[in-house]
Design a protein around this ligand. Structure first.
Ligand SMILES: [Zn+2]
Length: 407
């Protein structure tokens, strides 16, 4: 019997398993003395059970074979890993202590798989060790990936329907948008971050004439969102709905309105949040989702969540040209409406297409209604409820240099 220990593992659920089932001893792998140890066969059993939930043989999930072109249509069955390789490089279960020597880490991962599998006598009698030996494994549904999740289908079906068939939600004719998008609620929850009160966000407005900068209360109104009647359709907001588009810093806000270094004028406002806001983070920095396969709450369908969210993020930040604009914006407008109404978030963060590391925000707050009590009051919270203007700068870049010889 070989003994590994609690210090060999970095995965918290494997450490917990050792804690609950181990006994005092000396580790034969990382070398820790007088610690909580467990036999590789016992913890290997647990590891196998969990691997089965997330992985399968590459040959069993591979899809149809095209005998004419001699290719597997969905994926290559040789494109798999041994179970012990998965433990090391995909699930990353071993601690830095076990990794002080590569050969020790490899030996431990191999022993976890082999010591818990059928022994050579069982195999000789026909037992199938689907995890050990030469078996190559892949993630379950690897070859379908995100396409196999309910949400992916829902989103693409919805896009198609919104763009080509009809624009309004008629639940009596098939599923409602809310039903179609429901599977994404979990993902949204996991990708939600908090912007703290006091956070500064920036907004710029190009000015094309010589008017004087606004003063007093007019400052916030002039640099805030346009009134609904003047609001064009944007990526996240249909015509007539006024949302607040902001950037993480002043330079990005200026870049977003195509500020130039020559002969260009911009008003740049710094807004400070009055209270914290819940934001759907589509910048790709929030990850986790499915979590450890050793967790009792592991959900394999969330394994493709990062790709799905990444797909949204692309959708939101991809440049859209001229006449397609109105049509292409419809799905993201519906997505943001859904996120606002059903997920209870206050806005969406997405990468700036203009500056690589910068972040843009659309916040679901708008211009205060022109007439108190008018219908627009229910459409979006006035932006002044969520933030106050800190400073407003009037920035002018250098005038174009005079052509040579003009004097
Ligand atoms: Zn150890």
């Amino acid at each position: 019997m070989k003994l590994c220990c609690i210090h060999c593992f970095s995965d918290e659920y494997l450490r917990r398993f050792v804690q609950e089932n181990g006994q005092s001893g000396n580790c034969q792998y990382c070398g820790t003395q007088k610690t909580t140890t467990i036999s590789t066969a016992v913890i290997g059993d647990f590891v196998r059970d969990k691997l089965i939930c997330a992985y399968t043989r590459s040959t069993s999930d591979v899809g149809p074979y095209d005998s004419e072109d001699k290719v597997y249509l969905w994926g290559d069955p040789t494109d798999g890993l041994y179970a012990w390789e998965i433990l090391l490089s995909e699930e990353c279960v071993l601690s830095s202590r076990a990794w002080t020597d590569d050969s020790v880490a490899e030996k431990l991962a191999q022993d976890l798989v082999m010591d818990s599998g059928p022994d050579s006598r069982d195999i000789a009698q026909g037992a199938d060790d689907w995890l050990g030996g030469d078996a190559l494994l892949v993630l379950r549904n690897k070859f379908f990936g995100p396409q196999d999740t309910g949400f992916h289908e829902g989103w693409h079906g919805l896009k198609e329907r919104l763009q080509r068939a009809r624009f309004f939600d008629c639940p009596s004719h098939g599923e409602s948008r809310a039903e179609i998008l429901r599977p994404v609620l979990d993902l949204i929850e996991q990708a939600t971050i908090t912007l703290d009160a006091g956070t500064s966000l920036w907004r710029a407005r190009r000015i094309y004439d010589d008017r004087p900068p606004p003063v007093g209360e007019l400052k916030a109104t002039e640099i805030g969102p346009a009134p609904p009647r003047l609001t064009n359709g944007k990526r996240m907001s249909p015509p007539g709905i006024s949302y607040m588009y902001l950037a993480s810093d002043g330079d990005t806000a200026c870049a977003e309105v195509a500020w130039e270094h020559v002969d260009s004028r911009v008003w740049l406002g710094e807004f400070n949040l009055r209270s914290e806001l819940k934001i759907l983070d589509l910048t790709g920095k929030t990850a986790a989702y499915a979590g450890s396969i050793f967790s009792p709450t592991y959900d394999h369908s969330l394994r493709w969540a990062p790709q799905i969210m990444h797909g949204f993020a692309n959708e939101i930040s991809k440049p859209i040209e001229g006449t397609q604009e109105e049509l292409e914006y419809v799905p993201t407008q519906v997505l943001s409406e859904y996120v606002r109404l059903f997920a209870g978030v206050n806005g969406i963060a997405y990468k700036s297409a203009k500056r690589a590391t910068a972040v843009n925000y659309v916040l679901f707050c708008g211009r205060a209604p022109d007439h108190p009590g008018s219908w627009t009051a229910a459409a979006a919270v006035p932006f002044s409820d969520w933030m106050e203007l800190g400073q407003l700068q009037d920035i002018r870049s250098a005038p174009p240099s005079a052509p040579a010889g003009s004097l």
